[in-house]
Each structure stands twice: as C-alpha cells, then as structure tokens.
Design a protein around this ligand. Structure first.
Ligand code: FES
Length: 147
C-alpha cells in the first residue's frame, strides 16, 4: 500500500509510521543502558559475602529475611504459626536475589519484578517457576529445583 501510494503520489497516513528513519538508537540507548545497569547493580549487590548472617530465631512470625548459609542465599520466612519456610533466594527467572517485602509479606525480585508468596510460590511473573526448595543433605544445604 505504501509503495503504491508513494508511486501514485497519494498522501498516506502510514508513511510516518513506517519511515525507516523513525528509530533513534542513540536517543533510546541512554534508557536501555540505565535499565540494564540497574539489573547489574541489583545482581552484584547480592553476591555471596554481602548478606548478614542472622540467626533463624530472630525472624518473627510474619517476617522474612535473607540468610546466607553454606555460600547460598536463603529466603527464610516464618509463618503466623511460627513455622520456618526456607527457599532459595535466587530468582529462577534470571538469578537475581529476591528481597523481603514486609508490607506485602512477599518475596520481590528487584530485577524484573517477579513476586512470590512467603512460601515461594509465584504471585507475578515474568518468572515461570517458584523459588527453589532447600533440603538438608547431611549437614549441607542442597537446592531442589521445582519445575
Ligand atoms: S531475575 Fe527475578 S524477575 Fe528476572
């Protein structure tokens, strides 16, 4: 339709929309770079070694906390009955570390916005899998991948 309009000299409403010079990669680059820099910042902030090694007992009912144990980040929360719920704190989407949202009582991923219930099940994507389960193997922790 466009080529026909151009050849026949008809003014087309689509000409601006499909103009090959409409994309301005340099103008969009700033936003693209800042968005991805934030993802990298969130990822690096949570690398092993920066987590506080808190005791499980300090977690009150209805609260959650990231605890580092055996080099693994754990998303530990305590339900209202006092039972601990322990999952891997590594988001199954692209491996950022989730953070406890005390207002919503959820685990939220700062990188792309996935959210999980306190027990690790999915509330919102883009993630497609729940937080991985953690099991004890002898005196070592083992991450059990849940599909
Ligand atoms: S890494 Fe968690 S939502 Fe992408």
């Amino acid at each position: 339709m466009l080529i026909n309009d151009i050849i026949t000299g008809v003014e087309s409403p689509w000409i601006e929309l499909f103009d090959p010079t409409r994309v301005h990669p340099l103008r969009s680059a700033k936003k693209f770079i800042s968005e991805n820099a934030n993802v990298a910042k969130q990822y690096l902030k949570d690398l092993p070694g920066s987590a506080e090694d808190e005791e499980y007992a300090e977690i009150a009912p209805g609260e959650g906390k990231i605890i580092e144990k055996d080099g693994q980040k754990l998303a530990v929360s305590r339900n209202k009955h006092g039972k601990l719920q322990i999952r891997s704190a590594v988001c199954p989407h692209m491996s950022c570390v989730v953070h406890w949202n005390n207002a919503e009582k959820t685990w939220d991923c700062p990188c792309h916005g996935s959210r999980f219930k306190a027990d690790g099940t999915i509330l919102e994507g883009p993630v497609l899998h729940p937080l991985h389960e953690i099991q004890m193997k002898g005196d070592k922790l083992k991450v059990k991948h849940v599909e």
